[in-house]
Design a protein around this ligand. Structure first.
Ligand code: UD1
Length: 429
């Protein structure tokens, strides 16, 4: 298993290219199941989750290809992929495939909408909480699907097709909103989703579905209205930049000090975390290339944060922000409201000398003058990168074990940081 070794202390200086968003690329790839024509996606990140989804979609009969390098592109440019589900040959998503990546459960929506049947393994527990799928099931039932749970599988049937309906989501769910929007696009009649997720990745999927011929209004607001159509066509769509990767590197610069331009980043996708970072002492400016982040001289101030659905502070940046706060002047409270168990990084940060007290959903972080390098363990995707941020500011060597979590969601992290002066290397095997 690969490990990452880093030595803290160097400020980050230079440019980091921001990749396409993982959390948009995955539902966009799944949308290829809705049409027998080719869906082309540009700016797709090179990530383990993307590879895994190719594998899952192949099992349903999707042909896919990745375009080769083009003039002017380097290894950091996003890839262009083509996906074609001319015929769906298998409507089962087996446990072996779904259990490796929760987002693969979302295939249930397009499969039942197009084929009238889907048999998808329940994703099971997850390191960051129970993460149930009841909203998906109730939502598809509102669209006329009959659903039974049998031997760990959700079996959805709608032999005469789905019918438009009203779905009131009990709480904001990104996954359920993606899935229901895709399913409703091929249902007969109108669907209203209330309390819908407003994340930019939802708006991105809606834009792609619209290019495929879907009729969707209100994406990006809490009420989405979808008029079902008989069939969808192929389309070409560019994946939006990754706001979580953007926020992660912005926090890394705030942590180490320095001056970095995040190429292709869009500040409007992460206003809440960027203004929190400004409060903490980083200087942030929009440039025509992306976002420039600087911190010189003064230290980091402690700022309280509560995670919320978009446009609030994202749960996917909570661990990284906590890493930053371990070195702040003063004490802050970080409250996690999306997942009940998303604090696994606390124990690992403590190994580097952080002072964090956990009480239910609230972590109280007391800033310390110095962190010291140590061997630590990556536990989930975002927790892993919080250890990188802490290690970049720690005295001495930090060795991060189990970095396969990082490869699920961060493209060439050690190259991107290394090019800006970080002392970081991957040790294979
Ligand atoms: C969530 C985040 C998303 C992040 C992703 C991975 C929010 C609103 N969503 O999306 O930004 O990228 O995790 O970290 O911040 N729930 C149910 N029943 C369901 C579905 C969800 O109770 O059927 C609950 C979940 O347990 C959770 C909340 O609703 O407490 C949000 O879930 P959801 O948005 O679906 O999670 P993800 O799509 O994984």
């Amino acid at each position: 298993m690969d490990r990452i070794r880093l030595r803290g202390g160097a400020p980050l200086e230079g440019t980091i290219p921001i990749s396409g968003a993982k959390n948009a690329a995955l539902p966009l790839m799944i949308a290829s199941l809705l049409t027998d024509e080719t869906l082309t996606l540009e700016n797709v990140p090179r990530l383990r989750d993307v590879q895994q989804l190719f594998h899952i979609l192949s099992n349903h009969g999707v042909d896919w290809s990745v375009e080769g390098k083009r003039a002017g592109q380097d290894g950091m440019s996003g890839q262009t992929i083509h996906l074609c589900a001319r015929a769906i040959v298998d409507t089962t998503a087996p446990y072996e495939l779904v259990s490796t990546m929760r987002a693969s459960f979302w295939v249930i929506g397009p499969l039942v909408a197009r084929m009238g049947v889907a048999r998808v393994s329940l994703p099971g527990g997850c390191a960051i909480g129970t993460r149930p799928v009841d909203f998906f099931i109730q939502g598809l039932q509102q669209l006329g699907a009959e659903i039974e749970i049998d031997q760990g599988y959700a079996i959805a049937k709608a032999p005469n097709g789905l019918k438009g309906g009203r779905v009131d989501l009990p709480r904001v769910s990104v996954g359920a909103t993606h899935t229901l929007m895709m399913a409703a696009s091929l249902a007969k009649g109108e669907t209203l989703i209330t309390n819908a997720a407003r994340e930019p990745e939802i708006t991105d999927l809606a834009a792609c579905l619209t290019a495929m011929g879907a009729k969707i209004e209100g994406a990006g607001t809490p009420e989405i209205v979808i008029q079902g159509v008989d069939r969808l066509s192929g389309a070409r769509h560019r994946v939006l930049p990754d706001r979580i990767e953007t926020g992660t590197y912005a926090m890394a610069v705030a942590m180490t000090g320095g001056d970095v331009t995040l190429d292709h980043a869009r500040a409007d996708l992460l206003s809440a975390p960027l203004s929190i970072l400004e409060e903490a002492g980083a200087e942030i400016t929009n440039t025509n290339r992306g976002i420039r982040v600087r911190r010189n001289g003064a230290g980091i101030r402690a700022v309280d944060v509560t995670t919320e659905p978009f446009p609030g502070f994202p749960t996917d940046l909570q661990a990284q922000f906590m890493a930053l706060m371990t070195r702040a002047r003063g004490t802050c409270r970080i409250t996690e409201t999306i997942f009940e168990n998303r604090f696994m990084h606390v124990q690992e940060l403590a190994r580097l000398g952080a002072k964090i007290h956990l009480d239910g959903q609230v972590a109280t972080v007391e800033g310390v003058d110095q962190l010291r390098g140590a061997p630590v363990m990556a536990t989930d995707l975002r927790a892993s990168v919080s250890l990188v941020i802490a290690g970049l500011a720690a005295e001495g060597e930090t060795m991060i074990n189990r970095v396969y979590h990082l490869d699920r969601g961060f493209e060439r992290l050690e190259d991107k940081l290394g090019r800006c002066g970080a002392d970081i290397e991957r040790i294979s095997g």
